[in-house]
Design a protein around this ligand. Structure first.
Ligand SMILES: CC(C)(COP(=O)(O)OP(=O)(O)OC[C@H]1O[C@@H](n2cnc3c(N)ncnc32)[C@H](O)[C@@H]1OP(=O)(O)O)[C@@H](O)C(=O)NCCC(=O)NCCS
Length: 390
């Protein structure tokens, strides 16, 4: 086997919704079908050329349960000769799908693949249908609160007392402001796929924008919010990502195949790493996964011209920034805002980070390297290092 360069050709997502919001009447898999179809159509790609499709979901049941890569592929019009599979690494599902498809391409077993994620947290509330093995608690493999992501964020605050509620609220406000600015600059027009959804009365509505952002929020409003995960805690609905519905998909190819088809790669995958950390502080995961991925790429954090880090919780982003000595308001970190504003439909978010990064690459030709990274439930971190190939 010889190694092949892998490029990200395109990344698309439906506008994210609030659980119980614009997609309340929409099936989860239909969100995934829309993004896969869009990739094929807007890249004028013969569907028969796709050689594998991996689609992630955290809750693999009901309309997210029928081996999503295969079922979404067939529903999106891929011929039945194209195989597909389902992926689960909780929040990093789409990121894992992307690195798996990329690895298939890198070792030369396929030339073209699609990776993505779907999560309808309205239809599949976080943790629903989980039957957690009692051994976890009986044998004290994890603390009881390790399975509650908000509680793990409070634990991270305990470990890092320098990260105060004031700092997380200020970060959350910036996420909202940067998202609003990015909308005003039409930064999301390449990645957002308008989606027609039925409202509760049965009428069709075209969803063109993310539902969760709150551009009018203020520090005062944020400071007044309750702390649902602990009395007198620090994590609030304002400095955490919400409960959301969405789907994303990315088109990955060998660089040679993209060139042969006349398609432009927008980023080259250089390295990736997934690591485990203490489940009680799962938000710390991006620190060791980034250290490992950077080492694999032979680069340093200072080489990263843009960092897209998923904002599951502000405290977890600030823990990452503090570790690497990066300012809370560094302009190259989540330049277009993040999940605190646009939402975090768990397994779909990894590809949203990639879409934002290639948007940045496109308008910053001097930006050579980029990082996409996220924390993962049950104590993991995920990081992918990319090179701008514009
Ligand atoms: C934090 C969480 C429990 C809040 O859920 P919720 O109570 O349904 O959230 P809401 O959107 O209703 O917000 C709660 C209140 O805060 C207010 N609020 C939320 N964000 C706000 C903001 N930016 N500015 C001002 N007010 C805000 C809402 O208006 C609401 O006010 P109300 O009670 O007066 O109606 C939920 O979003 C959560 O669990 N998030 C984490 C998800 C998660 O674990 N993901 C996985 C990560 S690994």
């Amino acid at each position: 086997m010889s190694l092949h360069d892998v490029v990200l050709v395109d990344a698309v997502r439906v506008p994210f919704g609030k659980a119980g919001g614009v997609y309340a009447q929409t099936r989860a898999d239909d969100l995934g079908v829309a993004v896969v179809k869009a990739l094929l159509e807007r890249n004028s790609l013969d569907p028969a050329l796709v050689e594998d499709i991996g689609i992630a979901a955290t809750s693999q049941t009901g309309d997210q349960g029928v081996t999503l890569g295969r079922s979404i592929g067939l529903l999106a019009g891929l011929p039945n000769t194209v195989p597909g599979y389902a992926v689960d690494r909780m929040c990093s599902g789409a990121m894992t799908a992307a690195t798996q498809i990329a690895s298939e391409i890198a070792v030369g077993m396929i030339d073209i693949g699609i990776a993505g994620g779907v999560e309808h947290m309205g239809r599949h509330p976080i943790g629903s249908n989980f039957d957690v093995n009692p051994r976890f608690l009986v044998e004290r493999l994890v603390a009881p609160d390790a399975l509650n992501m908000g509680a793990t964020a409070e634990n991270l605050h305990d470990r890092l007392p320098s990260i105060t509620r004031e700092r997380t609220d200020a970060f959350a406000l910036r996420s909202q402001q940067r998202t609003a600015a990015a909308y005003a600059e039409e930064r999301f027009s390449m990645q957002l796929l308008p989606f027609a959804a039925r409202d509760p009365e049965g009428a069709w509505t075209l969803i063109t924008k993310d539902e969760p952002p709150r551009p009018d929020t203020s520090l005062q409003a944020l400071a007044g919010l309750k702390t649902p995960f602990r009395p007198n805690g620090r994590v609030t609905a304002g400095n955490a990502a919400g409960l959301n519905d969405g789907a994303t998909a990315a088109l990955l190819m060998s660089a040679d195949k993209a060139a042969a088809l006349g398609l432009k790669g927008r980023a080259r995958m250089l390295a990736y790493a997934f690591v485990g950390v203490e489940p009680e502080i799962m938000g710390y995961g991006p620190v060791p996964s980034t250290i490992k991925a950077l080492a694999k790429a032979g680069l340093t954090i200072d080489d990263m011209a843009v960092i897209e880090i998923n904002e599951a919780f502000a405290v977890q982003v600030l823990a990452f920034l503090e570790h690497f000595g990066i300012a809370d308001d560094a302009p190259h970190v989540n330049p277009y805002g993040g999940a605190i504003a646009v939402g975090h439909p768990l397994a779909s978010s990894g590809v949203r980070l990639m879409a934002n990064m290639v948007e940045y690459f496109g308008s910053h030709p001097d930006a050579r390297y980029g990082l996409t990274t996220m924390c993962v439930g049950l104590g993991m971190g995920a990081s992918v290092i990319w090179e701008n190939v514009r």
